[in-house]
Design a protein around this ligand. Sequence first.
Ligand code: DC
Length: 196
Amino acid sequence: MIFTVAIDGPAAAGKGTIGRAVAARFGFAHLDTGLLYRAVAAMGGDPVAAARRLSAADLARDDLRSLAAGQAASRVAVIPEVRAALVAFQRRFARAEGGAVLDGRDIGTVICPEAEVKLYVTASAEVRAQRRWLEVGGDAAAVLAEVMERDARDMGRADAPLRAAADAVILDTSDLSIETAVAQAMAAVEKALPQR
Ligand code: DC
């Protein structure tokens, strides 16, 4: 079965948690596409050359999770040649036999507009910054500023900006428990699955 769940949304909205839960429940493969951009930025040197030679081993680096790595990823992600170099891998993953969940910024709009399920997971900047701060600590105001700066760059870029696909189910997790958000995502997938 070819079946793609595209999950887009801003940083710290809950995409990863929802994506992992959906993949585990339905036995689909899961790709956190932010890791591709994080790895490209972390490799250093020319980001276009890095994107073209990216391999699975680069995604296993242990320095990709920090706030700084996220900011650096957001900066290389505005470069059209970087994005172009990463398209084929993501499309293959999305349409591989067995079902796939991809989370990112442009999955439902650019990478896989034919996805069977599109979710746009969002939350207020304040709620997302609070979640990030609980993970990383430090200065809360600086974490909020970082979240807002990344939103502005990811939504404002010319190539594949972050936005909800017209046919996406919007999940605003500002006031939802993670259990409720996951349950709503599961229900959207159940509805779209071929009858078994
Ligand atoms: O989801 P994340 O925080 O790991 O993403 C890091 C950055 O990578 C994000 O700020 C923008 C970029 N990105 C992107 O442009 N397109 C994607 N599909 C995923 C991430």
